[in-house]
Write a protein that binds this ligand. Structure first.
Ligand SMILES: Cc1cc2nc3c(=O)[nH]c(=O)nc-3n(C[C@H](O)[C@H](O)[C@H](O)COP(=O)(O)O)c2cc1C
Length: 304
């Protein structure tokens, strides 16, 4: 057990030996589409398989004096799979930087907005966070299977000012709307400008300990590798993108199979008696106000 709460244990035994007994990475490119998990699901059915019925949830207080910060970290990263951003920035004195961050999401599309979370580091704030504050610009690439080892290498905690480009072997190319270079080898990248850097100092007020930060970034350009962009120029082909998610520990997940599920429209669902929604909503007249079909909301944003 380590006494330094910021130190993540990066020793994983003889990883070469552990990996040697595993099957090779499957490079096949097809991503089959299956049925949804339960095409027969009806309103009121709840979850699909219930083999674990009766099992209780265990309550954990993240602030309990015996609950270590590192345990909260492990719980969160193993319980929440995350897409990974690969962020290119530049400092005000022109030093280039590349690093991956999986506290990452798109949070709106009008305008396109990304968020990236920076954890506290005991020694100094992450260079990416510092550079974003200094120059306000970045290029964010979505981390995909074909670049993961190079991306992982750039997470090395090299001193500020040492560029990760050289030892990653990735190729840089210029950007259109921002100064930092773009990873030429990426399949989907976005140039962006910092809107806000929110300090996540909740609970750290005045304790002098380093705290995390949240960057809110407005996308100013999309870059999509030509074979991955559909003819209509509005869809990234999943079989070309091959995105990864970061899971718990040192695990990554792939997208190997998908299924589709049409978004329900209240008006249609109410019309189709076999779905069982009308009888549920109208069955409890005491607590449920009667629904007037003419007042049902319209589906104006089909995709969201
Ligand atoms: C796949 C992956 C995801 C990561 N996600 C994050 C993250 O979301 N937030 C964070 O602060 N550090 C994250 N890290 C660690 C940073 O990449 C690492 O601290 C890096 O040295 C920061 O680089 P910089 O100081 O050049 O910005 C991640 C590392 C890897 C390998």
């Amino acid at each position: 057990m380590t006494s330094n709460p910021f130190l993540l244990d990066s020793r994983h035994g003889d990883f070469k030996k552990i990996q040697a007994n595993r099957p090779d990475f499957d490079n096949s490119s097809s991503v089959p589409v299956t049925k949804s998990p339960n095409p027969a699901w009806k309103y009121g059915d709840g979850t699909n398989k219930k083999p674990n019925e009766g099992l209780q949830a265990i309550e954990i207080d993240p602030y309990h004096p015996d609950q270590r910060m590192i345990s909260n970290y492990k719980l969160l990263i193993s319980g929440i799979p995350r897409p990974i951003s690969f962020v290119s920035t530049i400092s005000k004195d022109g030093k280039e930087n590349l690093a991956p961050f999986s506290y990452f999401q798109v949070v709106d599309h009008d305008p396109p907005i990304l968020v990236i979370g920076f954890s506290a580091r005991e020694s100094r704030p992450k260079d990416t966070r510092k550079n974003l504050l200094e120059t306000g610009e970045c290029v964010v690439s979505v981390v995909t299977e074909h670049m993961i080892e190079a991306v992982n290498a750039t997470s090395l905690d090299v001193p500020h000012g040492v560029s990760e480009w050289a030892f990653s072997g990735l190729v840089a190319t210029s950007s259109s709307t921002v100064k930092p270079n773009r990873v030429k080898d990426a399949i989907f990248s976005m140039e962006g400008k910092l809107l806000e850097m929110k300090q996540l100092d909740y609970g750290h007020e005045g304790d002098g300990k380093p705290h995390g930060a949240l960057a809110i970034i407005k996308v100013t350009r999309f870059w999509i590798r030509e074979d991955a962009l559909t003819e209509a120029r509005d869809h990234v082909d999943l079989s070309k993108l091959r995105p990864l998610v970061q899971l718990g520990g040192i695990s990554y997940g792939r997208v190997r199979e998908t299924f589709e599920l049409p978004r329900p429209r209240l008006e249609d669902e109410m019309k189709d008696e076999s779905k069982g929604l009308r009888s549920i909503l109208e069955g409890d007249a005491e607590t449920q106000p009667a629904l007037d079909p003419s007042k049902l909301p319209h589906e104006d944003l089909k995709h969201h």
